[in-house]
Design a protein around this ligand. Structure first.
Ligand code: MG
Length: 164
């Protein structure tokens, strides 16, 4: 169960306590895009994503989008946020997270993963020795295999409630 357990669990990125992460030495964030910063299947850029990017900068942290997606949309989002980008990340495999660490010039112990999926973001992040932060998905729209995994996620997370 350890690899599937997030260190932190919040309702959304707005609730993520960056000061608490900074206190434990986190300076770099590897952030999921779909259903973490943007609802999947939408092209409109939510104000919450920009507000999060601003908070990251104000906290003196650097961030990189690490997305399994590869459409132009992820590049547009990374540019709009001022984040680095690892597309086609193949999460939960470690290679995408490692590329993100390299881009940010961070060591694993300085980095946290933020994402909405236990079996990609959290599993991969824990396997790489990163601090892991789970958020609730922005939309219930998702890929068919993801919706299947959501049913397993609810078992893994049984009894845990996100901090608002
Ligand atoms: Mg996601």
């Amino acid at each position: 169960m350890g690899l599937l357990t997030p260190d932190y669990y919040y309702t959304d990125v707005a609730a993520v306590d960056l000061a608490a992460l900074a206190e434990r030495g986190i300076t770099a964030l590897l952030v999921d895009l779909d259903n973490t910063l943007m609802p999947r299947g939408t092209s409109e850029f939510p104000a919450e994503a920009s507000a999060f990017a601003r908070r990251v900068r104000e906290a003196g942290m650097r961030a990189c989008l690490v997305s399994n997606n590869w459409h132009g949309r992820v590049r547009t989002a990374a540019d709009a946020l001022g984040f680095d980008l690892v597309p086609r990340a193949l999460k939960p495999l470690p290679s995408g997270f490692r590329r993100g660490l390299t881009l940010l010039g961070a060591r694993p112990e300085e980095a946290a993963v933020i994402g909405d999926q236990v079996f990609t973001d959290i599993l991969g992040g824990n396997a790489c020795g990163l601090v892991t932060v789970l958020v609730l998905p922005l939309s219930s729209t998702d890929l068919p295999h993801t919706l299947l995994l959501r049913m397993l996620e609810s078992r893994v997370l049984a009894g845990r409630t996100p901090t608002a």
